[in-house]
Design a protein around this ligand. Structure first.
Ligand SMILES: Cc1cc2nc3c(=O)[nH]c(=O)nc-3n(C[C@H](O)[C@H](O)[C@H](O)COP(=O)(O)O)c2cc1C
Length: 372
């Protein structure tokens, strides 16, 4: 076997993965009515059940947390039922699946908000992203509304409730979306958080939102079923911090005290959401930097190839590797890497929205996919 160490089992909290090739969370904007997963979504995830672990796409914890048309949620019974069909399909094929729970914060648009007002954020600082309305039109980005202090605890509670619902829906655990400029990340970094209350200012204050959610979810479902995703030094959506090294070291050291199922780090500037094809040459190696500060399982993501993934696991820089775009176009990625077979290229034009095309129609093995 060319890459043996990727094929060694790995214990992640309460589950054991048969291999260390993980499907990264991937927003595909193909949920059905009421942001509920459909039979098509179940088929897509079941096709990828040989992944050591599937981390299902960023899923809103509330209507206020939504930000993309046809992205799923986990706050209504229909959504829980839709996800139950997904987890049943994955488990019946022998797979394991976590749900990434998320709140878009300032990256959303007023058309998603229950009361039609501006999207919420720690502070009134807009992202550098195009805005999307709930019916998919691109519009100028809005300036977010800073959350009032008394609005923060209900958002923490919405993450906790979402974690309970995820377990009801059959997930093996949840991953907190604390990366890529989502609401938790907006609280962490001082480029988006200029609050003067107990949720802003010092690093301890800016970590409070993340750590309250972590405690709440731990009390609800257990830390062994909780992973956290971070994107240190990420720049997506204009996210930035005046001292990212000190900030992220503090976060990782705090998370290290909490016996999580895993810590998931995204590598490299520019490629953090899969837009770049390679890591920037000057990018810091997050797994290398933070590995000594986290004793639990560490997952590393972004721009990995089968050989760089194998090298990273062999060097014990990370315990497992998450693949994003390659899992879109190679449902049987694990088998292909094991057999050293060619990987199918992905078709970027079908990443977001639509139906089967570019979603469930990538051939499971052998021939190269022709996106024409
Ligand atoms: C279509 C698409 C959707 C994505 N959606 C999410 C998401 O929902 N949550 C998240 O944390 N990252 C998301 N990402 C980032 C990926 O999880 C991953 O970190 C990124 O694609 C880099 O890995 P890769 O080079 O293996 O593709 C997305 C990336 C792509 C390309």
């Amino acid at each position: 076997m060319p890459y043996p160490s990727l094929f060694e089992p790995l214990r992640l909290g309460s589950i054991t993965l048969p291999n260390r090739i993980i499907m990264a969370p991937l927003t595909r904007m193909r949920a059905g009515d009421g942001n509920a997963p459909t039979a098509l979504n179940a088929e897509y995830y079941a096709q990828r059940a040989t992944a050591g672990l599937i981390i299902a796409e960023g899923t809103a914890v509330s209507q206020q947390g939504q930000g993309y048309p046809n992205a799923p949620g986990i706050y209504t019974q229909a959504q829980v039922d839709g996800w139950k069909a997904v987890t049943d399909a994955v488990h019946s094929k022998g797979g394991r699946i976590f749900l990434q729970i998320a709140h878009n914060g300032r990256n959303s648009h007023s058309s998603f908000m229950p009361d039609g007002t501006a999207p919420v954020a720690p502070s009134a600082i807009p992202p550098t992203l195009p805005g999307f309305t709930s019916d998919g039109r691109q519009v100028p980005i809005e300036t977010p509304r800073p959350l009032r202090l008394e609005e923060i605890a209900p958002i923490v509670a919405s993450f906790v409730l979402a974690s309970r619902k995820a377990i009801q829906a059959g997930f093996d655990g949840v991953e907190l979306q604390a990366s890529n400029s989502h609401l938790i990340d907006q609280f962490l970094e001082d480029g988006s958080n200029t609050r003067s209350d107990t949720y802003g200012g010092s690093i301890v204050n800016r970590m409070r939102f993340l750590l309250e959610i972590t405690e709440g979810v731990t009390a609800a479902i257990g830390s062994e079923r909780l992973g956290v995703r971070l994107s240190p030094f990420g720049q997506y959506g204009g996210i930035c911090d005046s001292n990212p090294m000190r900030l992220f070291l503090s976060i990782v050291e705090e998370l290290n005290k909490r016996t999580l199922a895993y810590l998931h780090l995204i590598e490299g500037r520019g490629s953090e959401i899969g837009l770049g094809d390679a890591l920037h040459e000057d990018a810091l190696n997050n797994a290398k930097i933070f590995r000594p500060h986290f004793e639990g399982p560490l997952i590393s993501a972004a721009a990995y190839t089968s050989s760089s993934a194998s090298d990273t696991v062999r060097a014990e820089t990370a315990d497992a590797i998450a693949f994003g775009r390659l899992f879109i176009s190679n449902p049987d990625l694990v088998k292909r890497i094991a057999a050293d077979r060619p990987l199918s290229p992905y078709d970027r034009s079908t990443f977001y929205g639509g139906q089967e095309k570019g979603y469930t129609d990538y051939p499971p093995s052998g021939s190269r996919y022709d996106p024409r």
